[in-house]
Write a protein that binds this ligand. Structure first.
Ligand code: BES
Ligand code: MN
Ligand code: ZN
Length: 504
């Protein structure tokens, strides 16, 4: 098959933005910097830094508040002149809202919001005096949020609209919290970057190469199954989805052996459809335009595995990324095809655009073979889940309520919205096929998120399993104050916490 110009003459890959270096400081007001970031709460006296600064600036902060020219409403900000040479040139006052509501999610989001209001200008150094307003356990989220605000989708602008300062000094946080925040922030941003890269840059083999390089860098075990190995392993479902593409599929297995030897691992499984054209059941342009995001589940797995390795989490965890490109060609898999999956179960293909569950059927089967104590899969699986829950909430479906409760608990702790959908037995019939064991679509559009999960349930055996449909929250159409549009890195924080909770 002839190669497309984009393959024979690939673009240079987008450069990575510089990393700021994070340091600790005990003297936010006296630290020389371009911008000092200070929080203001609604219902509490000025924080130590805000009060000290107010004094140093001749009472301008309390005056502005008194005149109602300065608001402490959550996310509102104002830039004022700082104390000058002996401290900050500028001060960013950021409203934090009610002090009693300052949780971990607020720490992350409000710091990211503050950072995003500054990045359009070049600065050398910021001092972040937000930790004094938050619980010490959430100080890492401030650092992670700062990094989150520095990553965006404009990675191919010849002039980056994001200016990263060389140094970010964090006031009144210990270095353990800072180090942890850097790991979390960088890991979420890695997941986002993998998603934001176009499908001509991130395809199964190149995704696998990046995962391999990462594994070497952070000390994860890594195995890549190429098309030959996939064939040897009877992964016909993964191969079928990838058959229409010039870019062959891959399965990536990342290992973090942080727990006692022999302890059953936790498995995390990601849908890695590097581009979803729909295949022969082709999508209209409107529905295809963002389908580079269809490997968001696999990207999350990579981000989580990176964080676990760097944090040294004392748990055995294996990450599985099922990677294929769903394309249209003479070799595409077809409607009416029957695939004997790796598990032996047969599936009838009635819509080639319901490809994610097909890729996951084999990927889950490989994961189950490792006899995990619990398994989560993440997938940009169904538009139906977005119809049900909107585009900011992930859908959860499970065969084990206590496993699901543990994920819900972790998500709540991190402030990532999730909602459980039912898995009643009455749905089972809706994926039964007349010619094979199951078919890859339900009956009409009804309950589409659930029928997709019911399909997946066929491949998890009796492993306690939680399916997370991230079709809505993985990729954003429009920006918000705390993040750019594009990849969000959703569920990296939740899964790291879920696994850490099990590490005890
Ligand atoms: N990747 C899509 C789901 C999706 C849609 C993710 C929008 C993110 C944003 C998935 O492969 C798909 O096409 N699902 C179909 C299933 C249908 C054919 C049963 C859908 O949701 O329409
Ligand atoms: Mn699809
Ligand atoms: Zn898809």
């Amino acid at each position: 098959m002839s190669e497309s110009p984009s393959q024979s003459q690939p673009n240079p890959v987008a450069p990575q933005l510089p990393c700021p270096s994070f340091v600790a400081t005990d003297n936010p007001i006296g630290e020389k910097c371009d911008v000092l970031i200070v929080g203001l709460c609604d219902d509490a006296p000025l924080s130590a830094t805000a009060a000290g600064l107010d004094q140093a600036l001749g009472g301008v902060i309390s005056r502005l508040i008194g005149q109602e020219k300065l608001s402490s409403d959550s996310g509102e900000s104002m830039l004022i002149a700082g104390v000058g040479d002996e401290g900050s040139q500028l001060v960013l006052l950021i409203g934090l809202g009610e002090k009693s509501k300052l949780d971990r999610e607020a720490a992350f989001t409000l710091t990211s919001t503050a950072v995003r209001s500054l990045v359009s200008k070049p600065h050398e150094k910021w001092v972040v005096a937000l930790p004094e307003c938050f619980d010490a356990v959430d100080h890492d989220a401030i650092v992670a949020g700062a990094l989150y605000g520095l990553e965006g989708q404009s990675i191919y602008r010849t002039k980056s609209p994001i200016h990263v300062p060389a140094t970010i000094a964090i006031a009144s946080a210990d270095t353990t919290a800072i180090d942890r925040g850097v790991i979390l922030g960088d890991s979420i941003n890695l997941a986002r970057r993998l998603v934001n890269e176009p499908a001509s840059v991130i395809y199964p083999a190149s995704f696998a190469e990046r995962a391999t390089a990462l594994a070497t860098e952070v000390g994860l075990g890594c195995e890549v199954w190429d098309e030959q190995r996939l064939a040897d392993e009877n992964c016909r479902a993964i191969l079928a989805v990838g058959a229409g593409s010039d870019k062959p599929p891959r399965l990536v297995i990342l290992r973090h052996d942080g727990g006692p030897q022999g302890e059953p691992p936790i498995a995390i499984v990601g849908k890695g459809v590097t581009f979803d054209s729909g295949g022969l059941s082709i999508k209209p342009s409107d529905g295809m335009v963002d389908m580079k995001c269809d490997m968001g589940g696999a990207a999350t797995v990579v981000g989580v595995m990176r964080a676990l390795a760097k944090l040294g989490v004392k748990k055995n965890v294996i990450g599985f990324c099922g990677l294929a490109e769903n394309m249209v060609s003479g070799s595409s898999y077809k409607l009416g095809d029957v695939i004997v999956t790796r598990s032996g179960k047969t599936i009838e293909i009635l819509n080639t655009d319901a490809e994610g569950r097909v890729v996951l059927s084999d990927t889950l089967d490989v994961a189950v073979e490792h006899q995990p104590a619990a398994m989560v899969d993440l997938a940009t699986l169904t538009g139906a889940c977005m119809v049900a829950l909107g585009n900011e909430v992930a859908g959860l479906m499970t065969n084990n309520q206590s496993a699901c409760d543990a994920v819900i608990d972790a998500a709540r702790g991190e402030g990532e919205p999730v909602w459980q959908l039912p898995m009643f037995e009455l749905y089972n019939d809706k994926v039964k096929s007349k010619v094979a064991d199951i078919k890859n679509i339900g009956e009409g559009r009804w309950g589409g998120a659930i029928t997709a999960a019911k399909f997946l349930e066929n491949f998890v055996g009796d492993v306690p399993w939680v399916h997370i449909d991230i079709a809505g929250p993985a990729f954003a159409d429009s920006p918000k104050p705390h993040r750019d549009a594009g990849a969000t890195g959703v569920m990296v924080r939740t899964l790291v916490r879920w696994i850490e909770n099990q590490a005890g």
